[in-house]
Design a protein around this ligand. Structure first.
Ligand SMILES: O=P(O)(O)OC[C@H]1O[C@H](O[C@H]2O[C@H](CO)[C@@H](O)[C@H](O)[C@H]2O)[C@H](O)[C@@H](O)[C@@H]1O
Length: 433
């Protein structure tokens, strides 16, 4: 169905031109943590195809489509070859000793300010062209809004939102990553229209009480290892050994799911040790996120990053049940359990009683590598899609993109407007009948 809709075809002509132009430019110098990536454009289908119909299996059942491959996907057909900047990508889920320093260096895109100040205009043009080219495979969710809502027409949208870098801009001080009043209002309105959950790497308490402060949502903290959701009798939720019944702040009965609860003493021990062993490195910030620990090096002199990594990986040698994953200028120490933001999405859909419905459209918006697990689940299940928030091209399992939190806000507002106008049209037609 979506194949026939072609909002990008005009862009495609421009991008083809840009691709040829930049392909013919042999020298490509990219800023700081970026490296060139070969991308082959897809002549036969520059138009985005229906994300939902690409996947065939139901939620929770094995997918019968070929597994997503980040290496060769949408650019697979022969065609133009364009070098675009790409962040160095370490293993997404395990930064092993040999690669951790590289991974640390490439773990966040350069600030816009940096690129404007430090790179020449032509390099900046190349970066912009690269972004536009990348958008062929990962189009803007705002530009594709009509496609999204056409598909969503007879469906119930369910929203999953990451916090840092998605609802709040990335800032130097993690304790000051507040969302704007306007964003809070947008999320609140969205949550009134659609079931909405926030899934964050931070501790759930911190996200709920210090940052988001909205009661209309479900929350999952610690990368999904701490979920508070509606009470539901089901084998998957209610009878799960790690799930207990409790009451929330408003006294409402809820389910609390904490699959890593046994790790809390270990995480506290590691947190204290990390505080101690990094105390002399200026700029390090160690954050206790209850079921995981974040070691931030955003404010550390780059010469000392190796030192930070050595301390973290050195300490973890004594904790075989913990692993290190990588976020944006942050090393995340977390339990080795088969749980991530993707599993949290499945769990929440089940909690909301939605996982067996054919008419849902889950949309997950996130900016981080940890969000890729959720994008992947949606890509491989029967419904929904991910939206990656990024100002630079990235390998991703998401189907759409947005540049930054301000575009996320715009997207949420557009969804609410669309929902309200669709509802009033339905009311009008009912009244006419
Ligand atoms: O899953 P998320 O909600 O995106 O949380 C991931 C991590 O986000 C926070 O760190 C990141 O944002 C900070 C504030 O902008 C920034 O200073 C830091 O460099 C980023 O890595 C949070 O502090 C971590 O605990 C979360 O794990």
């Amino acid at each position: 169905m979506f194949c026939s809709f072609s909002p990008l075809s005009y862009n495609w002509l421009i991008l083809s031109y840009l691709a040829v132009r930049y392909h013919n430019t042999s020298e490509h110098n990219f800023v700081s943590d970026q490296e060139p990536m070969d991308l082959k454009s897809n002549h036969s289908s520059p138009v985005f195809t229906d994300p939902v119909h690409l996947s065939k299996s139901r939620l929770g059942l094995p997918s019968n489509i070929a597994p997503y491959s980040t290496a060769a996907q949408p650019y697979s057909s022969s065609g133009l070859c364009l070098q675009i900047p790409r962040r160095k990508v370490g293993k997404l889920d395990d930064v092993r000793a040999s690669g951790w320093l590289d991974a640390m260096k490439s773990s966040s895109p350069p600030r816009k300010k940096l690129s404007k100040d430090l790179i020449s205009e032509s390099q900046s043009d190349e970066t912009d062209a690269a972004y536009l080219t990348w958008m062929i495979s990962c189009p803007s969710a705002l530009n594709s809004f009509h496609i999204i809502t056409t598909y969503a027409k007879c469906k119930s949208v369910v929203l999953f939102l990451d916090y840092d870098g998605t609802l709040s801009p990335i800032v130097d001080n993690p304790d000051a990553a507040f969302m704007s009043t306007a964003m809070r209002a947008a999320v609140k309105k969205a949550a009134k229209c659609f079931p909405t959950a926030i899934i964050s790497g931070r501790s759930r308490d911190k996200v709920v009480y210090e940052f988001v402060r909205l009661s209309e949502l479900c929350y999952a903290g610690s990368h999904g290892m701490d979920i508070m959701g509606p009470l539901r009798e089901s084998e998957y939720v209610g009878d799960h050994p790690d799930c207990i019944r409790t009451t929330d702040e408003q006294g409402k009965e809820v389910h609390l799911f904490q699959p890593a609860s046994e790790f809390v003493p270990m995480i506290n021990e590691v947190y204290k040790s990390l505080l101690d062993i990094t105390k002399n490195i200026i700029g390090v910030k160690v954050e206790n996120n209850k079921f995981c620990v974040s070691v931030h090096y955003r404010n550390v002199d780059e010469k000392m990053w190796e030192e930070v990594g050595k301390h973290v990986f050195g300490l973890l040698k004594d904790f075989s049940r913990l692993q290190v994953t990588h976020g944006r200028k942050v090393l995340e120490v977390r339990p080795v359990i088969d749980w991530n933001k993707g599993k949290a999405v499945e769990f929440l859909l089940e909690s909301l009683g939605l996982s067996h419905r054919d008419d849902i459209l889950p949309i997950y918006i996130g900016d981080d590598r940890t969000d890729e697990d959720a994008f992947k689940v949606l890509r491989e299940c029967n419904h929904g899609f991910g939206i990656l928030v990024s100002t630079v091209p990235k390998e991703t399992n998401a189907f759409y993109s947005l540049r930054d939190p301000s575009e996320v806000q715009e997207f949420l507002k557009s969804l609410v407007r669309w929902k309200n106008s669709a509802s009033s049209q339905t009311e009008d037609s009912t009244a006419t009948v």
